[in-house]
Design a protein around this ligand. Structure first.
Ligand code: NAD
Length: 499
């Protein structure tokens, strides 16, 4: 199906659609069948310069637009997204590859975020406090910061930009946005809809291109004080180093190696469903995907045999076909990386229980498809149990009890999502307390975040910030404390406090 064909797209700077200064381009192609979806500007430092200048100028007006008015624009944006949900979801099945119900969910998450953050326009609460002195008033208020550099991955091409751009805007900042080079068409649509919703020229700018060029130019630009990045751990480290020289505010959402614990008292039907959804949904390409299963020895054999049987029933195919369970992975490099981990797992002595191969029959050879893969007899220290594979591969680890399960779950460098299946409330509460992760699910898989709660991870998953919920506002604003003395005389804090 020709969705966009070889249409040529442009950057969006200061409210105008413009080519890259160099005139160079790159193509977006579908991971499902290789179809060309559009031609996009391969931008560079000069384009980032223009975009930052536009955002810097626009900031001076935008910060003064009453926050409820900024919120109203987000409400209109949310409605436009909701109206265009089917079209966006279909485009997503082509450009990113996820299956239709998941693509609809991706768009819905952005709708939810638009309405949630739109509402913040009438809150953005600060604090008032008593003063230690007479006739003095104290308060703290949130202030916008300036130009925010937004750098996003391809796996949630509508949802993730919404987690960053919408709170940045309602707080009064302006934005330079670089979508992933695998999903530029969706990034472009996102910004088109923002403009249609009434975001003024220069407030949001999009510059397409690679991380090394456009991304780095944003991160190192002196007039971009705030950077928010979702991506791999290596990229997060590179961005942190590049931003350190100017002491920028850096928000990072990085990788995961999430585990589902299944204890001996678990509802196994539910656990099997939760594992399949978390391990193979989005072809395992979620930062919160369950790439480890930690099974109590009493249920290990039963769980493994049921998982294998169910995994073998999953149908691979193009995401826009309603019968497909598992779509393609994003590109050739991802396919090769995922397959290389099958070799690593075998060499390490794990047992390949199912999958472990590139799928090519029935037209699948035109895209990048990998069979859902399960390893058994996995040692927690093996590379397949430690490193992020970002594909439909999960490793099952056998443990003796709940304490060992938690220790194994925590024994990785990441700390994003975690899950436990148990009917014992005491074990569930201990897990909530002891799992070292930003998110814990009880009797559900590792995926399913809602926009009004903080989202993010501990340890190597990030640097302590959170997006979504109220927590996002803390990253996109700075606190200002204000003291108003109406005594008519000089009152010295900590000194004139006798009365
Ligand atoms: P990636 O790190 O390769 O790229 C992410 C973005 O960073 C892209 O836009 C890329 O162009 C840009 N980039 C790359 N190098 C850069 C540099 N030196 N300077 C500035 N920008 C640069 O990641 P990806 O392959 O697009 O996405 C997959 C990764 O994202 C996985 O590790 C996954 O776990 C992670 N992820 C995390 C979350 C989360 O919320 N924790 C959510 C989704 C994805």
């Amino acid at each position: 199906m020709a969705l966009l064909g070889a249409k040529t797209f442009q950057n969006y700077i200061a409210g105008e659609w413009v080519d890259a200064a160099s005139g160079e381009t790159f193509e977006s192609t579908s991971p499902a069948d290789g179809e060309t979806l559009g031609i996009f500007p391969r931008s560079g430092r000069a384009d980032v310069e223009r975009a930052v200048e536009a955002a810097k100028q626009a900031f001076e007006d935008w910060r003064l637009v009453p926050a409820p008015k900024r919120g109203e624009i987000l409400f209109r944006f949310g409605q436009l997204l909701a109206d265009g949900k089917e079209d966006l979801a279909e485009l997503m099945t082509h450009e990113m590859g996820k299956v239709l119900p998941e693509a609809r969910g991706d768009v819905q998450e952005a709708v939810d975020m638009a309405f949630y953050m739109g509402g913040e326009g009438r809150r953005l609460f600060g604090q008032t406090t008593p003063s230690e002195l007479r006739d003095k008033f104290n308060m703290s208020v949130r202030m916008p910061i300036g130009v925010v550099g937004v750098i996003t991955p391809w796996n949630f091409p509508i949802a993730i930009p919404s987690w960053k751009i919408l709170p940045a805007l309602v707080c009064g900042n302006t934005v330079v946005f670089k979508p992933a080079t695998d999903t530029p068409a969706l990034g472009e649509r996102f910004v088109e809809l923002l403009a249609e919703a009434g975001v003024p020229p220069g407030v949001v700018n999009v510059v397409h291109g690679g991380g090394g060029e456009v991304g780095n130019a944003i991160v190192t630009h002196p007039d971009v004080p705030v950077i928010t990045l979702t991506g791999s751990r290596d990229t997060g480290v590179a961005v942190t180093k590049a931003a350190a020289e100017r002491l920028k505010h850096v928000h990072l959402e990085l990788g995961g190696k999430n585990a589902i614990i299944v204890l001996d008292d678990a509802d196994l039907d539910l656990a099997v469903e939760g594992i399949l959804w978390s391990a193979f949904g989005t072809s395992g390409q979620r930062c919160t995907a369950a790439s480890r299963v930690i099974a109590h020895e009493a249920v290990y054999d039963q769980l493994v045999s049921r998982l294998v049987a169910e995994a073998e029933r999953l149908r691979l195919g193009v995401g826009w076909d309603e019968d497909t369970d598992v779509g393609p992975v994003i590109n050739q490099a991802a396919l090769e990386k995922i397959h290389s981990y099958t070799g690593i797992g075998r060499d390490e002595g794990a047992t390949l229980l199912t999958g472990g191969e590139i799928a090519s029959g029935d037209g699948l050879g035109k895209g990048f498809y990998y069979r859902p893969t399960i390893f058994g007899d996995v040692d927690p220290q093996m590379r397949i149990a430690q490193e992020e594979i970002f594909g439909p591969t999960t490793a099952v680890i056998k443990v003796r009890d709940a304490d060992e399960a938690i220790q194994v779950s925590n024994g990785i460098e990441y700390g994003l999502s975690s899950s436990i299946f148990t009917r014992d409330v005491n074990r569930a509460f201990r897990a909530m307390r002891d799992l070292k992760a930003g998110i814990t699910y009880i009797n559900a898989g590792t995926i399913g975040a809602e926009v009004h709660l903080p989202f993010g991870g501990t340890k190597g998953t990030g640097n302590g910030h959170r997006e979504a919920g109220q927590a996002a506002l803390d990253f996109f604003t700075e606190w200002k404390s204000i003291y108003v003395d109406y005594s008519g005389k000089l009152q010295k804090a900590q000194i004139d406090t006798a009365e």
